[in-house]
Design a binder for this molecule. Sequence first.
Ligand SMILES: [Zn+2]
Length: 81
Amino acid sequence: MLSRLCKPYLLASSGSCEFWICTDCRTITMNLGSITLRLQEEHFKNIADTMQIAIHQFMHYKTSHTPCPEFAASNEQHKPN
Ligand SMILES: [Zn+2]
């Protein structure tokens, strides 16, 4: 939740998620059902950028069942354990 002093402004919403920004402290709040994440602007942008890559890779896998060569090199460095 935003603090009581925050001034939330809805950025976007869909059936399963909402994004709010506080017009005062600029904290981004991400509501995913029962999960709420409060993020600083830089962290929010980094998650959005990473999600774009993940969606690109997801679509690539769905159609070709191989990783997209465009992102293969960067993913090699960040394989999950
Ligand atoms: Zn605030």
